[in-house]
Design a protein around this ligand. Sequence first.
Ligand SMILES: Cc1cc2nc3c(=O)[nH]c(=O)nc-3n(C[C@H](O)[C@H](O)[C@H](O)COP(=O)(O)OP(=O)(O)OC[C@H]3O[C@@H](n4cnc5c(N)ncnc54)[C@H](O)[C@@H]3O)c2cc1C
Length: 408
Amino acid sequence: MKTDVQVAVIGGGIVGASVLYWLAKMGWTDSVLLERRELTSGSTWHAAGNTTYFGPYPAMTPLFAGSIRTYLQAESESGQSVSFHQTGSLRLAATPRELELFHVYESRYAELGIPFHIRTPQEVAELHPLIQTDQIFGAAHTPTDGHVDPTNTTHALAKAARGMGAEIQRHCPVKALHRDGTHWILETDKGSVLAQHVVIAASFWARELLAPLGLNLPLYATQHHEIITENIPELEGLDHEVPAWRDSYSSCNVRQEAQGVLAGVYETEPKFWALDGIPKDFKEDLFPPELDRLMPHLERLIERMPSFAEAGIKQTNNGAMCFTPDGLPMLGPMPEQEGLWLATGFNVGIGTGGGSGEFLAHWMTQGQPLFDLKAVHADRFGNDMTTEEALKQIRAVYARGYQMPDSI
Ligand SMILES: Cc1cc2nc3c(=O)[nH]c(=O)nc-3n(C[C@H](O)[C@H](O)[C@H](O)COP(=O)(O)OP(=O)(O)OC[C@H]3O[C@@H](n4cnc5c(N)ncnc54)[C@H](O)[C@@H]3O)c2cc1C
């Protein structure tokens, strides 16, 4: 194991793998990634893999766009498929105001070179025969996004990074870290690692890992459900995959999964997990499903897509998902902690992890971020937010689901 490196990355989910990959691309190959268990064993393994380009904050769109680009690049460099399904996505307009806002986005997407179309309800019906369009006002359509396999993608990034000289140590939890002169020292069961820079890509574990340094990161875990159905006859008859769709009315995202669909739900009252500390023996665990809590949203989903009610439920994954008080990740250097960088707090880490790795690696190797995006800076919450305040804000941001902001 490398024990004296330029950079150590803690955490082998999609974000840590992406940071390691991009650092290596930018010439920092004297690196090691330390993972507590296996790669992807946090939230990444059970994610739906959606990588849409559409988000309520256009400033974030380059991170989404950079992600698909990164994953396809890692695929071609590593030979490991990321299983990209380019289905495109529809954001349904549940109100005339939403449709108006979608029009405002058009120029932003044009600037970024991302195909973006406003569709009429009739066009939506042609694109997605399962959607009831009589209650919608149209949709924003991004035809070139879709979904990837998050585990394959993490492995593609890891393999490509290794190919450039980076090292990955699995089953190597970092027990503690502290600064000693010009270096960080990371304590593991395999020995100490000296690093000039440390990147914390440890999702909700980062809160406990950095608390001994006097840092108070407002990172908490919520439970998040996805439901996979049995085959739907109309989909079995198609020769292509239908686009993914999302809307504020149901607060759900729905994409095709084999010949059925996979639905993710943002319920009005999120359920937190492990507020007293992440259990030391947490593995690739899922929580028992709680479909009753989701019913108001599933009923609305069924209004939008009646065939969901007819298909049996094949599988339910209720997994842990990290949240920050504003729902955005924490990226960048920590003040007064020289060489300490954050890449944590992701709740859309598949959609943004690839681009975030590039964003952070650029900042670390070139001295400035790839572009100006203060909304994600690691130090924006200060150090004094109480748990009560953080949970209050997370509840609000989680419940907002796919609602659009009042203005852009
Ligand atoms: C049901 C569900 C569906 C989802 N669907 C989507 C989706 O469709 N699209 C999307 O963009 N996002 C989705 N997400 C969210 C997505 O899973 C996360 O945003 C993403 O996986 C976060 O990646 P990460 O690398 O930050 O964290 P993780 O994948 O949690 O990785 C963190 C890693 O750090 C390791 N670690 C922690 N502490 C230490 C330590 N001390 N030493 C060494 N290693 C350590 C952990 O073992 C873990 O492997 C979904 C989440 C859930 C729950």
